[in-house]
Design a protein around this ligand. Structure first.
Ligand code: PMP
Length: 347
């Protein structure tokens, strides 16, 4: 039954998402979910949507949601497009810009899905190494025929981020669409949305999975110039966001006080975890995300196995040329205390 498949599909290893254990009882620090529940306003909005919206198809253009996101970011509603998680947004962008044999660039180490998306299009990958201090040089990115560039900012697994000025300098040098994937921007000092005004190639992606505690509903969005959004709408599925997700996301965006409180708690725990891990001998870059990356300390693999045995899940990350590292999501203070207790046990 192999014959009907395109060769590039047969060659594809396929993206492997982080482990989602189906049994309970895990301290789950492996896929950067938020440890706190979503805003109570989200729960209320979902109740209302269940009563009123399930019978009908959702709004294909997510009009109310886009209006709310646009107001929050100071852009016009025709600059917003919603997706079924930011992974869906990234898929739409890759389908729109990368054809067979065409070149798309992404940094490494970074989000591994970019590679899978390019390969699904039968495109060609240009993998760009970070330079010292987690910086990127435009001359390492730009190549003849480049069709698309991805940048996770803050980056995963490092947690580091380029400043808005550094992103602007790259945008000016990159001659093609430039995705700034801001999945973790809720926890960062800076973000790139204002650049969309000056740089027609910049497309910023956001998600509800991290900063809004809504990984389970699958909702993300992009912000780009209206003439870009107008084309991308043709590429997405008509009903790519369901009515419940849109109701939840709209309510979540409106509750700024709750969002900011949760963010501040996560950041305080991140500072504490970073210091504790450095005290144990790990190298931990300053994180601007809801996770930290611990490398070059006590060996990562046995520590990962010991944590898992105690039902604490973190992510073991292996990239070519780098020591294996542990990417640890920021949990509640009690979860992080438990993690540190097990990590400090003699191995
Ligand atoms: N971008 C980056 C950099 C991520 O780490 C993730 C989370 N896996 C995503 C996008 C996808 O987020 P979503 O849940 O919105 O699909």
């Amino acid at each position: 039954m192999n014959a009907p498949f395109q060769p590039h599909i047969l060659d594809l290893a396929g993206y492997v998402p982080g482990e989602q254990p189906q049994g309970g009882g895990f301290v789950k620090l492996n896929t950067n979910e938020n440890p706190y529940p979503p805003s109570p306003r989200v729960i209320a909005a979902l109740g209302e949507a269940i009563n009123e919206r399930l019978r009908l198809y959702p709004d294909p253009l997510a009009t109310e949601f886009c209006r709310t996101a646009a107001a929050l970011h100071g852009v016009s509603p025709d600059m917003v497009m919603a997706g079924n998680g930011s992974d869906d947004v990234l898929t739409v962008l890759t389908r729109a810009f990368v054809g067979p044999g065409e070149l798309a660039a992404y940094p490494s180490p970074s989000y591994l899905l970019y590679s899978t998306l390019i390969r699904l299009q039968n495109g060609t990958e240009h993998v760009v190494p970070f330079s010292a201090g987690w910086k990127l040089r435009a001359e390492d990115i730009v190549r003849p025929g480049l069709k698309l560039v991805y940048l996770a900012n803050p980056n995963s697994p490092s947690g580091t981020a380029l400043s808005r000025q550094e992103v602007a300098d790259l945008a000016a040098a990159i001659p093609c669409p430039f995705i700034v994937d801001e999945a973790y921007a809720d926890f960062a000092d800076d973000h790139a949305i204002p650049l969309v005004r000056d740089f027609p190639n910049v497309i910023v992606c956001r998600t509800f999975s991290k900063g809004y505690s809504l990984a389970g509903i699958r909702l993300g969005y992009l912000i780009a110039r209206p003439e870009v959004v107008e084309q991308l709408v043709k590429v997405k599925d008509s009903y790519n966001c369901d009515a419940l997700s849109l109701a939840a996301g709209t309510a979540a965006l409106k509750d700024r006080e709750y969002h900011d409180q949760v963010r501040d708690r996560v950041i305080a725990t991140r500072t504490r975890l970073t210091e504790a891990l450095r005290g144990m001998g790990y190298t931990v870059p300053d994180s601007q995300a809801n996770f930290v990356w611990a490398t070059d300390g006590p060996p990562a693999e046995p520590t990962f196995a010991r944590l898992k045995e105690r039902r604490i899940l973190v992510r073991l990350m292996k990239y070519p040329g780098l020591q294996p590292g542990l990417r640890i999501s920021i949990g509640t203070d009690a979860e992080i205390d438990r993690l540190l207790e097990v990590m400090r046990e003699p191995g």
